[in-house]
Ligand binder design. Structure first.
Ligand SMILES: C[S@@+](CC[C@H](N)C(=O)[O-])C[C@H]1O[C@@H](n2cnc3c(N)ncnc32)[C@H](O)[C@@H]1O
Length: 377
């Protein structure tokens, strides 16, 4: 399901101002429900209108959408539209428990908490994922990154999209693609790929313990835990990188790394600045710090002709292309740039080429650590 919700689009920039609004109460509405002679009971429509007005008064962005999501969630629906198909939102009375829960969640939104954290879950592709601060909230662009990976021809040739055999039936997975995700966050990319490519296996890596925990929890909730290895590791640390390929070199590396230019960080919206992990966003001076670390390491992790798919800032395709041109030892070639749904160059497809160096042409196994560290520095 695609959510057309601006806060969830491209990383939103805003005033950065925290809005500590006084908590609005539902007393008025309850009074109306209990004592008003002329008006009827409080309905979902009343509540959505009430909280929209409160949010607007307090400068909360996307007041209407926030209010609709909260009311729908408490009443057991994903969207107000789907709620309306289940009950008559204009006449069905809400219970006191529902009103209190809506008040609690709306108070969090008044403190500029992103609606995904308020609800505690969010949809990505066809999956419902648990969300918890400060783990990065997956954005809609990243669904396009997953779609690009799924279109990659070399992956299609590996294993069918039909029913998945169990982990035990296929101990060495001869046909399924092996994928490494750097910076898995909530697990959105890794788990979508596992669910769409039933014979694949994924190694999901993150330097944040909270992200590792959340990916693990989401994998278990979705019964995908048997085909994923989740590793707590800092890709920039240059230590123990061999643990990233427990099954040998991978077919594909995918990442939505931190790529915000440091100078832009202070201009991010209050929701992001106050609740999301800055390490998930800050890409250093030119937004490329982690991108460079990933690309420096991938030749030793990827099979020959393996692919790297990256999501990045629209200024990055040119910067990455220039940087790669100065790193011939990496044997990586920029294969394509893809635009996002706003028409901005957002995704890069990079491929590992055949090298004439024995280290790279033979894959990871013979690359000496000293050589790798030389590349990284
Ligand atoms: C932009 S978030 C992407 C999260 C998730 N893949 C998604 O798209 O929703 C970047 C993630 O990379 C992780 N990260 C940042 N630097 C890292 C590093 N050096 N090594 C491993 N993970 C890193 C962050 O903790 C964060 O979870």
């Amino acid at each position: 399901m695609r959510h057309c919700f601006r806060m969830l689009g491209t990383l939103r920039f805003g005033s950065g101002k925290q809005n500590h609004a006084p908590g609005s109460t539902i007393t008025g509405l309850l009074v109306r429900q209990n004592h008003s002679s002329q008006a009827g009971p409080v309905t979902a429509v009343d509540l959505v209108n009430h909280w929209e007005a409160v949010f607007e008064k307090n400068g909360i962005p996307e007041a209407r959408e926030s209010s609709e999501y909260i009311v729908s969630h408490v009443l057991g629906a994903k969207t107000f539209q789907s709620l309306n198909q289940r009950i008559d939102c204009c006449s069905t009375p809400l219970t006191a428990i529902q009103l209190t829960r809506i008040q609690e969640l709306s108070s969090l939104r008044l403190q500029r908490m992103p609606v995904q954290y308020v609800l505690g879950e969010w949809d990505f592709q066809d999956l419902t994922l648990k969300m918890a601060p400060p783990v990065f909230i997956p954005r809609p662009e990243t669904e396009e990154l997953v779609n690009l990976v799924l279109k990659e021809k070399s992956l299609k040739n590996m294993g069918s999209m039909e029913a998945a055999p169990s982990f035990h039936q296929l101990p060495d997975f001869p046909t399924g693609p092996l994928i490494l995700e750097v910076g898995c966050g909530s697990g959105a990319i890794s788990l979508s790929l596992l669910s769409k490519l039933p014979q694949s296996r994924v190694i999901a890596v993150d330097k944040s313990e909270a992200a590792v925990r959340l990916t693990r929890e989401n994998a278990e909730r979705l019964h995908l835990q048997d085909r994923i290895k989740i590793i707590h590791h800092d890709i920039s640390s240059r230590m123990n990188w061999q643990q990233l390929i427990p099954w040998g070199p991978v077919d594909l590396v995918v990442s939505n790394p931190p790529y915000i230019f440091q100078s832009d960080m202070a201009h991010l919206a209050a929701e992001i600045l106050s609740y999301e992990d800055p390490d998930a966003l800050d890409g250093g001076e030119d937004g490329m710090k982690v991108i460079r670390d990933i690309l420096s390491l991938t030749p030793w992790l990827l099979k020959i002709f393996g692919s790297v798919f990256l999501e990045l800032d629209p200024r990055h395709p040119e910067l990455v292309g220039n940087w790669l041109a100065k790193q011939p030892d990496l044997f990586l070639s920029l294969s394509a740039t893809h635009t996002d749904f706003c028409g901005k160059p957002r995704f890069l497809h990079i491929q590992k080429m055949v090298s004439n160096s024995s280290s790279c042409s033979q894959g990871f196994s013979v690359a000496p650590s000293s050589q790798l560290f030389g590349v990284l520095s």
